[in-house]
Design a binder for this molecule. Structure first.
Ligand code: MTE
Ligand code: MO
Length: 197
């Protein structure tokens, strides 16, 4: 006869192999924003990838929605120690967006409406590792969570997943973005607890 207590169940979940060190599980979806939520009309929304040659690859909202989209189920990990397992998103793979982009630079600065920035190595955005997400749980992404669209780089701490993303700029060097200039780790791997530096 098996008696399964709640405590046992939650301890088992807390030691889930999917939970990086120093993280705890949450089932709600906290909002973490360094500033106010920008009000972005999809009629005005644009997403641009800029390279060192000055070339700009730009998509309007309509063009962006016409791109092939993927459903993504993934875990997310915030540096403030909450993790949420099995979240559901829909978005466009960065592999799709980079298809016609030619650059010899290895680093990317993500820029958001509102001024937020975060740096990511290009290889961390390619090969099925990152998306520009515009749905969460089958609904349009809520403004407070980054709608109309946000970067989703779930294998890095969630501050790398820039909300209200408006573009990516190719960079020769891995220059720090907003939180990285304020003490967060330059790379941010949750499995190596790269929180601050
Ligand atoms: N533009 C923008 N993107 C952002 C942030 C922000 O302040 N501004 N906060 C980051 C941080 S620290 C986290 S943990 C996640 C939080 O996303 P959520 O509010 O959807 O949970 O967004 C990241 N992306
Ligand atoms: Mo965060």
């Amino acid at each position: 006869m098996a008696i399964v207590s709640r405590g046992f169940g939650s301890r088992r979940r807390e030691s889930s192999p999917d939970l990086p060190p120093g993280q705890f599980l949450t089932t709600d979806f906290p909002v973490l924003s360094a500033g106010p939520t920008p009000d972005i009309d999809t009629d005005d929304w644009e997403f641009t990838i800029r390279t060192e040659t000055g070339q700009a690859h730009t998509w309007s909202w309509e063009e962006f929605l016409a791109l092939p989209a993927e459903d993504v189920s993934t875990d997310i990990h915030c540096v403030t120690r909450w993790s949420k397992l099995g979240t559901s998103w829909r978005g466009v793979s960065l592999d799709t967006l980079f298809e016609d982009v030619e650059s010899s630079h290895d680093f990317v600065m993500a820029h958001s409406y509102g001024g937020y920035t975060t740096n990511v190595p290009l290889e961390d955005l390619l090969d099925g590792k990152a998306w520009i997400a515009y749905e969460f749980d089958g609904e349009p992404l809520e403004p407070e969570h980054g709608g109309p669209a946000r970067l989703l780089v779930p294998h890095l701490y969630f501050w790398k997943s820039a909300k209200w993303v408006r573009g990516l700029v190719m960079q020769a060097d891995d220059e720090p973005g907003f939180w990285e200039q304020n003490g967060y780790h330059l790379y941010g791997d949750p499995w190596r607890e790269q929180r601050y530096w």
